[in-house]
Design a protein around this ligand. Structure first.
Ligand code: MN
Length: 399
């Protein structure tokens, strides 16, 4: 005997209970829901407005506080962007910002930077919270609009002098909307210092133009950056296939000139630039990376005006049980926070190349005021150096 055909009413009740459980993604998936698009868009806009309002008001309050205190030229402002769905492999970076925040304020370590800047001081560090990426996506908002929300959030921070955004990802796709906002707000391109095991300049990766492997393609084609100085690329084939190669890759001799003639420097740090011995909690583990001290040296040597920055690709789902990589990401964040404060005090040494693996190239540049050594001897112009090998300050090399 056939089962009775259910009435329209009972089908509708069934759908509603399923929709109630699974949310609006399920509603969209059905494609049978007879909901006018304008109705959906209006609701989405209200959620987006509410999201931006909280960030705007927090930024405004912090800006007012700092202006009332007086004498603050730049205060690093933490903005979290918990987005992971543009990763090509794992999506754990969506959970990163709260874990990094927790590490920043963890009682196991003190809250001052190597330069003695105290992070508890709002003149050094302020926080405007996270862009509610998952809540916005849950309302069916697509990536074109989501990227705009991220850009708008960054601009809201920049509107409140002296706040300067330091964004916590999230996967690397967030760098595109952040740099776009910074460039549009400042009225011109920036230079980018990009530390990463990967170039992230695929024109489009696996059909996704917003992929975390394509963020710098979007940035360069949009004209938001003049120079892209990438350190520790390991996948040379990407350089060959990328149409952005000649326009975007510059070499060591330009390190000191970074930021000259543009609106400033943007620093983007993918945590996987570090060797997995220092930072195992990343989606794409690439042995042969930098040490934590290498990265600090690079940052110490940068003498440009850092207008904004990001730390991305920390994946808490792959971290050690005691949150080692979260602490590493937190310390990178703290270092960049102090970077805003005292840029011109330091002058030291670092030499680097960005050529493919196992392919020695001549050293292109040696600053003339510092001594270096490599393998126990002095370094001269024309010496060869393989990818990723760093030449250290004499005192440090012999310790
Ligand atoms: Mn990477």
């Amino acid at each position: 005997m056939r089962a009775p055909i259910p009435s329209h009413r009972s089908i509708a009740n069934c759908y509603m209970s399923v929709i109630g459980k699974r949310g609006i993604h399920y509603l969209q998936k059905l494609k049978t829901a007879n909901i006018p698009p304008e109705l959906l868009e209006k609701g989405q806009n209200r959620v987006i407005d509410a999201s931006l309002t909280l960030i705007r008001e927090r930024a405004k309050l912090k800006g007012e506080l700092l202006r009332a205190l007086g004498g603050v030229k730049a205060s690093t402002t933490l903005l979290g962007v918990p987005l992971g769905h543009n990763s090509s492999f794992l999506q754990g970076p969506a959970f990163a910002p709260p874990r990094i925040r927790e590490a920043i304020w963890c009682g196991s370590t003190n809250s001052s930077t190597e330069e003695g800047k105290e992070l508890n001081d709002p003149r050094v560090l302020t926080d405007v919270g996270d862009v509610p990426v998952q809540e916005i996506r849950d309302c069916g908002v697509d990536d074109d609009r989501l990227m705009n929300v991220i850009s708008e959030s960054v601009k809201l921070v920049m509107e409140e002098d002296p706040l300067r955004p330091l964004v916590l990802g999230g996967d690397h796709s967030i760098s595109f909307p952040v740099v776009r906002a910074v460039s549009e707000k400042l009225g011109g391109p920036v230079d980018i210092l990009h530390l990463d095991a990967h170039p992230d300049i695929y024109h489009c990766f696996e059909g996704n133009k917003y992929s975390h492997a394509s963020s710098f393609a979007r940035i360069m084609e949009g004209g938001y950056a003049r120079r892209l100085l990438q350190l520790r690329e390991t996948i040379s084939v990407q350089l060959i296939v990328s149409k952005y190669m000649t326009a975007s890759i510059v070499f060591t001799q330009d390190f000191e000139k970074l930021g000259e003639g543009v609106k400033g420097v943007y620093i983007s740090i993918d945590v996987d630039c570090l060797d997995p011995a220092f930072a195992p909690g990343v989606s794409h583990i690439e042995p042969g990376g930098l040490s934590f001290r290498n990265v600090l040296d690079i940052l110490h040597n940068l003498q440009a005006d850092v207008v904004a920055a990001d730390v991305v690709e920390f994946n808490p789902q792959r971290d050690t049980v005691d949150g080692m990589t979260a602490m590493v990401a937190a310390k990178l964040f703290e270092q960049m926070a102090s970077q805003h404060q005292n840029l011109l005090e330091r002058k030291a040494a670092i030499i680097m190349t960005t050529v493919p693996y196992a392919n020695p190239v001549p050293i292109l540049y040696v600053p003339n005021n510092v001594e270096y050594c490599h393998a126990g001897r002095s370094v001269e112009l024309g010496d060869s150096c393989v990818h990723g090998s760093f030449l250290f300050h004499k005192e440090r090399a012999f310790i």
